[in-house]
Write a protein that binds this ligand. Sequence first.
Ligand code: SF4
Length: 289
Amino acid sequence: MANNKISMKEMTKLEGARHVLGLSGGKDSAALAIYIKDRYPEIHDQVEYFFSDTGAELKEVYDFLDKLEAYLGKEIIRLSSGKDFDHWLKVFNDYLPSAQQRWCTRTMKIQPFEEFVGDDLVVSYIGIRADENRNGYISHKDNIKAVFPFVENGLVRDDIFQMLEDTVGIPEYYQWRSRSGCYFCFFQRQDEWLGLKRNHPELFEKARQYEQRVRTKYDWKDGEIPISGHGYTWSSQGTIDEMVERAEKREKESGIIASNKKGSERWQDTLKRMMDDDPEDQACLICSL
Ligand code: SF4
């Protein structure tokens, strides 16, 4: 990807290029779309905004995209692999995806994106900020050039929050989750699994069912036999029930909720003050930027 990085100035010399901006449903890519619309209206006219939909996003993400679409005054194109997660799970031998085996991002996000751009020369706008050092895989295709307007123009975390607050607001799920992405995403921290259980108990239960399904393999002697171990739970730290239990215990011990909130402070202000971006997100750029 590094070789495909170009400056905004170099970008203007690329004749006939398509301009694309991928929205993950997260704060930084949304702020970038708003920034482009307000600061570079001539580019905004050309940009194709898109969202790679896995079909497993939270309702709050779809609501936020609708708001953003209204603000941008342009369609956000929805890309898809054409198959749902269950289909791909079967294709990948019933192994749940993980940080080491991220077939989910590859098949449900990156491939649809690469099909969308085809062999066209494309400028892809990336919402990495000036105050962070993330790379993350986007595409190795030579025809896709990446520009980083926030980095070039020195925009930092506070600028992003301000831009969102002044326009479409901060996505609601940030009250309990630090990133966008699938409801079962294995990048979730223990307290985020707890947040999922409290805010979307039905989705938590669905994620639990994936862990409880019986995986089998064929043995020449015994026929179909059950297997467990790697690829069986969403996290290498245990089942999501165990993670929730640990998060609840920690919450009780430290009184996190009580100490994080200052009287009647708005959750948006608590968020700005408390949470920094997780360095783990290095690995999840296309899903959560
Ligand atoms: S959000 Fe998580 S589970 Fe969904 S595609 Fe990205 S890495 Fe995979």
